[in-house]
Design a protein around this ligand. Structure first.
Ligand code: SF4
Length: 459
């Protein structure tokens, strides 16, 4: 019995699961040579983010713009369909991408599933070694959250819930703020969202990890700084901004279409945070798709985990990615401690390097802030999807094994090859970039789902 337990502990404390190590290696070898830089995290730290598709396309808000295909709202939300489809998609991701990866439970509005269906979908994702995050507009009551976290038998179903709340003034129909005039009109809803999770933790001990999402168009670009500051102050662990791409239902575009660059959004985020946000030393996939700044906030001040201008920090990055890049640290304390010991035993240079890095981080934040300022992780992200008009021809050419001639299509193909956000198709055994899913596959998939799950009278 003791021997069995020790063996289980030894196996759980492996820094990287062998399947994940193999998936990382495969991902790295698939990347275009130009993407295999010292900063690249794909294939060294992560196999990429994952998301569901075709599992609950319907939504009860009307966003302008909306990435969903025109038919999405004529499909019934059906928990049995959701759970079966999520289960099959996650099984394929587990097979091809190993364990411990972040996966978004995404489609239309997840809370239309009802708390039990939602819980079953999250459980299926966890069973396949995913770290699920529910993507929602956040317009639900505490009662829903409580019934999601606590089963009908009164027992806690989850120790930790990860949610991303999408709040921006382009969304119409939210209770109490049906037609926001500006981003600040939504601050009460943003705060109430966090407050529900704080209450859940207080009353039931369920921890949380919350992200804040916002779509950016020329209309609200000037308010990004305020939203970044607000999300930081309210207790979100991530603030993610998506410049709107021309995808989805064309009827949902109300304003003149004008692409917004990642640089413009980043400048606004930096204005809100009040400091430079270093990003080029840690890259997930292609820099035209993603930009992230990973840091810690304490007593209202943000500092980067690694300073891109300090060569010592760049050495920390290199050593970490070599020694423990694929490590999943979301483990119980004892397992984590043993895992760290194993990493240090294997690469003793890690210990003094980590001490030096910790000291520099403490100085950047301020020792007093670190000790008394309730430090927590805070990441800023911009994810720029591509327009359907370039994704479709670029993908079709890739499917024929061709490199496109037009420079903008070639650029799209490079981005699709380094994609960091995949969706699984169990029927074909393939993973496809989310851009391809939304721009090429969603419309047809939704037509099929409309036949399979028609909306009944009164729904
Ligand atoms: S989904 Fe599209 S924008 Fe996002 S990483 Fe993949 S290719 Fe880039």
């Amino acid at each position: 019995m003791i021997g069995q337990r020790l063996r289980a502990l030894w196996s759980a404390s492996r820094p990287v699961h062998p399947d994940t190590a193999a998936a990382l290696e495969a991902r790295w070898s698939e990347l275009p040579v130009t993407a295999r830089t010292a900063a690249q995290l794909l294939g060294r730290h992560s196999t990429g983010c994952e998301g569901t598709h075709g599992v609950f396309p319907r939504c009860n808000l009307t966003c302008t713009p909306c990435y969903h295909a025109r038919e999405a709202n004529s499909i019934r939300t059906d928990a049995d369909h959701t759970v079966a489809a999520v289960d099959a998609q996650m099984a394929l991701l587990r097979q091809q991408r190993g364990t411990g990866q972040h996966a978004q439970l995404i489609g239309g509005e997840v809370t239309l599933l009802g708390p039990d269906g939602h819980a079953r979908a999250l459980e299926a994702m966890e069973r396949h070694g995913r770290k699920p995050m529910s993507m929602t507009h956040g317009d639900f009551d505490y009662d829903y959250l409580q019934r999601l976290a606590i089963g009908p038998d009164g027992r806690r179903r989850f120790a930790l819930l990860r949610f991303a709340g999408h709040f921006d003034s382009l969304m119409l129909g939210r209770r109490g703020v049906a037609r926001p005039r500006c981003e600040a009109d939504l601050n009460q809803a943003r705060r109430a969202f966090v407050a529900s999770f704080e209450r859940l933790r207080r009353e039931h001990g369920v921890r949380f990890d919350l992200a804040h999402n916002m779509t950016v168009t020329p209309r609200n670009l000037g308010q990004v700084a305020d939203v970044a500051r607000t999300a930081m102050e309210m207790g979100y662990g991530m603030a993610s901004f998506q410049p709107a791409a021309y995808v989805g239902n064309p009827k949902r575009w109300r304003e003149r279409y004008e692409p917004i660059t990642i640089d413009r959004v980043w400048t606004e985020i930096e204005r809100g945070v009040g400091c430079r946000l270093p990003y080029s030393h840690l890259q997930m996939g292609d820099p035209r798709c993603n930009r992230s700044a990973y840091g810690i906030i304490a007593a209202g001040r943000w500092a980067p985990l690694l300073d891109d201008q300090d060569p010592r920090d760049l050495r920390v990055r290199d050593l970490f990615l070599d020694a423990a890049g694929g490590t999943d640290i979301a483990k119980p304390a004892l397992v984590l401690a043993l895992m760290i010991l194993r990493i240090v035993a294997d690469r003793p240079a890690v210990a003094p390097t980590a001490v030096g890095w910790g000291w520099r981080l403490a100085r950047r934040l301020g020792l007093r802030r670190l000790l008394c300022g309730r430090p927590r992780g805070m990441t800023f992200v911009v994810h720029a999807f591509m327009d359907a008009a370039v994704v479709r021809p670029a993908w079709e050419a890739m499917e024929r094994g061709e490199v496109a001639d037009a420079p903008e299509l070639q650029a799209a193909q490079e981005r699709l090859r380094s994609c960091s956000y995949a969706m699984a198709h169990p029927d074909t055994g393939r993973l496809v970039p989310a851009c391809v899913q939304h721009s090429v596959l969603d419309p047809e998939e939704n037509l099929m789902l409309r036949e399979l799950l028609p909306i009944g009278p009164g729904q």
